[in-house]
Design a protein around this ligand. Structure first.
Ligand SMILES: [Zn+2]
Ligand SMILES: [Zn+2]
Length: 227
């Protein structure tokens, strides 16, 4: 099992702050990837304008931030975090999301949300895993940023069926009415927090529920974007 060591995850240099997981040089290399579309976080010519795909069909959120692409080395740590029961990785991974959000705000691409809504797991899955990875990420982010996070604001009422064998339309149908809002969101600026965004069908369904509840604006913040 991977534990937090006193060395940088990537280059093995000693760390000044063990809780960071990565040295400053590796962190900036990871965060200075090629430009991504601000709406879908997929590689694009400009980091400021929506890509052609998004212009054709605008996503239901104003921006999608991803700490990085779902590729090694980041994907390896995300798998360790999620599947190998290593919740101790939540903080260093959330820090990458924080740095991405700070940079986007400095560039005028986003505003800070009032509320972070983490993607819920169905209670059976959470019981088996022992933790909800998205809630742990949101908890750290809410600690550092001027916004709130309360797990339980959004409930998953149906267990997730295996999504990866379904096409986009089947995924959307599979998720319909899978979430129930447990708090008032009218007028709130919200960021949905997820670990990995693949097709975006889960966050789209949550966005639909939050919009229906009267959310003023929506963003998606994730650790990794699948290319
Ligand atoms: Zn390093
Ligand atoms: Zn796009």
């Amino acid at each position: 099992m991977l534990t937090i060591s006193a060395q940088c995850w990537l280059c093995r240099m000693p760390l000044a702050l063990i809780s960071h997981g990565m040295c400053s040089r590796c962190t900036s290399a990871l965060l200075s990837e090629r430009p991504c579309c601000p709406r879908c976080a997929l590689p694009a010519l400009s980091g400021r304008q929506a890509c052609g795909r998004c212009l054709q069909k605008m996503p239901p959120w104003s921006s999608l931030l991803a700490a990085g692409a779902y590729l090694p080395p980041l994907s390896t740590f995300v798998q360790q975090f999620k599947f190998n029961h290593t919740p101790a990785l939540a903080k260093p991974l959330a820090r990458l999301m924080l740095l991405r959000a700070l940079a986007a705000r400095r560039a005028g691409l986003i505003r800070y949300p009032d509320v972070l809504v983490s993607v819920p797991l169905h209670r059976g899955r959470q019981w088996r895993r022992g933790f909800n990875q998205s809630a742990l990420l949101a908890e750290s982010l809410a600690h550092w940023l001027p916004c709130t996070h309360h797990p339980g604001q959004l409930i998953r009422t149906q267990p997730a069926r295996i999504q990866h064998r379904l096409n986009a339309r089947q995924r959307a149908r599979n998720l319909k009415n899978a979430f129930r809002l447990e708090f008032p969101v009218e007028g709130c600026h919200i960021a949905i927090v997820d670990d990995i965004v693949t097709t975006g069908s889960t966050v789209s369904e949550i966005a639909r529920v939050l919009k229906q509840g009267g959310a003023a604006s929506l963003q998606v913040w994730c650790l990794c974007r699948t290319l």
